[in-house]
Every structure is written in C-alpha cells, then in structure tokens.
Design a protein around this ligand. Structure first.
Ligand code: FES
Length: 175
C-alpha cells in the first residue's frame, strides 16, 4: 500500500498552522485533525507523516493522538456517533437513547453495526447539557434534544452519506 501523503495545498495549510504558534509542537492538534479528515483515521503511517511534516518526534505526535478521544487511531465504522450518557444527559434520556441505538442498529460487542456503517461510543459531557440528550457525529456535528425519532432521522441521513444540518445550541429563555 502506498504511503500516505499530504498535497501541496495541505502542506501549505500545515505551515500556516505553524505560523500561528510560537513552536511547531503547538501545530500538532490542527494537523492531526486535518490528517484525520483526509485519511479517516490516524494509523501509524499517518502519524509518521504528521511527525515528518512537522519535524517532530513520532512519540510526541502519537502521545497527542492517543490522549484525546476526538482523534481516532483506529476507525471501526464509517460514521462515529457519540451519545452523551454523562450526568445530565444520562438522567434526561441519554441512557435510554444508548439502549435504543444498540437495539435498532444491532450493534456488536464493539458497538459497530453489522455493515460497519455505524460505530457508536458513549461520550462524556459535550457541553450542551441544557439540550440533553445530545449526540455528536465525527467529533464535529452536534445534534440536540435527541428523541428516538430524531435519532432515526439522523441515522437515515448518515446512511445516505450526509451529515445533518448544522444546528446552533438553542438559547433558552431564562423566564
Ligand atoms: S451531560 Fe450531556 S452534554 Fe452535558
């Protein structure tokens, strides 16, 4: 298999990341994110590419990639869907939603659907507790106030290859 490569445009983007910070180490996170968006996962060859491009030790890059849950060193399904079952969401339907997802998608012991289209994980607080329960897709698209019906609609959209529309966090009137 061919070694992963960044395009010229991506290399320019990575250099632009580096210019924003006092050290190249600081550009690791956006570069890892760019690499994950391009390659789908941060396998050892991709981590090596990131390390070489930034001129940093492999261990440093790997350490960052394995510390944060938003980075995927191994992808188990086409779409990663994280359901928050933390404090507030857990009390407001998140745990029931997790069970519903397990059943409707017939997830295996790794929470992957039989066709490997969906990979689910439980998430810690995603910072939108007043819209519980919430879920997050691919670490970049949040869905709020998720009911089983809304979950089914999201799954149908993902199955069709589309991310749900961006939603702002709904602002609640304090009154
Ligand atoms: S507990 Fe789910 S967003 Fe905070």
């Amino acid at each position: 298999m061919e070694a992963p490569q960044f395009s010229e445009a991506e290399r320019a983007q990575i250099e632009a990341f580096c210019q924003k910070y006092p050290t190249r180490q600081s550009a690791v996170m956006p570069t890892l994110w760019l690499a994950q968006e391009k390659f789908g996962e941060l396998s050892p060859p991709v981590l090596q590419l990131v390390a070489q491009t930034l001129g940093l030790p492999y261990a440093h890059v790997e350490g960052v990639a394995t510390f944060y849950t938003m980075y995927l060193t191994e992808r188990k399904g086409r779409w990663l869907v994280e359901i928050c079952t933390c404090f507030t969401c857990g009390e407001c339907g998140g745990k029931e939603l997790w069970d519903y997802a397990q059943q409707t998608l017939q997830l295996d012991e790794n929470s992957v659907s039989p066709d490997k289209v969906f990979w689910l994980r439980e998430a810690e607080c995603l910072g939108a507790c007043d819209t519980a329960p919430v879920l997050q897709i691919e670490g970049r698209r949040m869905v709020f106030s998720v009911t089983p019906e809304k979950f089914d609609a999201v799954i149908a959209q993902l199955r069709a290859g589309q991310l749900p529309e961006f939603e702002s966090v709904p602002i609640r009137n304090p009154d």
